[in-house]
Ligand binder design. Sequence first.
Ligand SMILES: C[S@@+](CC[C@H](N)C(=O)[O-])C[C@H]1O[C@@H](n2cnc3c(N)ncnc32)[C@H](O)[C@@H]1O
Length: 379
Amino acid sequence: MYKYLKTNRYFAAVLDNLEQVAAEELDELGAAEINTKYRGVSFTASKETLYKIVYCSKIPTRILAPIITFDCHSTKYLYKTAKSIKWDDFLPLNKTFAIFSSVSNSLITHSQYASLCLKDAIADYFRDKYGERPNVKPKTPDVWFNLYINDNKATISLELTGGSLHRRGYRKNSLEAPIMENLAAGIIRISKWNGETNLYDPFCGSGTILAEALLKVCDIPSCYNRENLGIFYMPDFNRNTFDYVRKCSLESIKPLPNNLISGSDIDKRAIQIAKENLKLIPHGDKVKLAVTDFSKIKSIENSTIITNPPYGKRLGEKNEVSRLITSFGDFLKNNCKGSKAFVYFGNRELIKKVGLKTSMKMPLKNGGLDGRLTCYEIY
Ligand SMILES: C[S@@+](CC[C@H](N)C(=O)[O-])C[C@H]1O[C@@H](n2cnc3c(N)ncnc32)[C@H](O)[C@@H]1O
């Protein structure tokens, strides 16, 4: 029997330092026996709750159902054990697959080679049984498998989200340096914004923070725009239960009050892209957008500001960005009375240019960037 069927225990992989807010979100969605780990949260769930978590949760990067865990000291043993799994329980011959591996502190040291061994085991299982095999599609397969080896213990899992959950499907386009969707969702939860104050992003770019705020406050499932989910490939997948969960989730989408979420950006193309992206989300047309230099905004008072200003690596020159951040600090001080500002810096060197005392500072990575989330309370 597959491991998750015995235990009903699953693993949500999350970005560094989002473990706590991810655990909170999973708890709200009905998960039980929640254990926070490094870059992940382990939990148990009934079938219905699991489907709800996969369809609705916004913070995890991926959610895994462990198929098997075993001691693993060599790639030969990895291949042999993996080949004994009934892969046709998970993967139809006509579907494509890919493997995501990570390896640490073990005799097997190369994750790519470990992936290759697992891929060979899957392909050989099918060839022996059917004389043909499903194809590998590295970036956008139908089915993702996950291989995790730590301390010479291997776990092979089915990925239930069908690829990283940060790809919501609404961001068809972006300009430079967009923030990852699940990082934006994590920041919104850290800010504790719940729709009681207006939310404004004055450097909104392609609109990711606005879109995630909309998903949060209107209870829109993160997989609203996703066609293919990994749960469809679980051997015990129940279509009726999933359809019921989806129907209930869609029926509980709330309306968006006027003027609750707004954003602006100096770049006309960014606003056009944000508009197009937001159109793909229910009530997205009610998010207010404008082409504006932040310094021309009259005031943002008694609001929650959540934003990700330019950081000077890919976007413009360093000195120019330093000056921009200093003038943004002045703007916060003079024009944003009664507001709380959560500012995500792709480059932490810029924090000292703000000239305001932070009430919180937290490391958070955005892709390869070692960024910082800061909070300023303006009286
Ligand atoms: C790091 S990007 C924001 C990316 C955004 N979070 C997203 O996910 O697409 C910074 C944005 O600040 C905008 N920007 C630069 N200078 C500005 C200014 N003076 N006023 C308003 N926006 C500005 C840029 O056009 C860019 O879209």
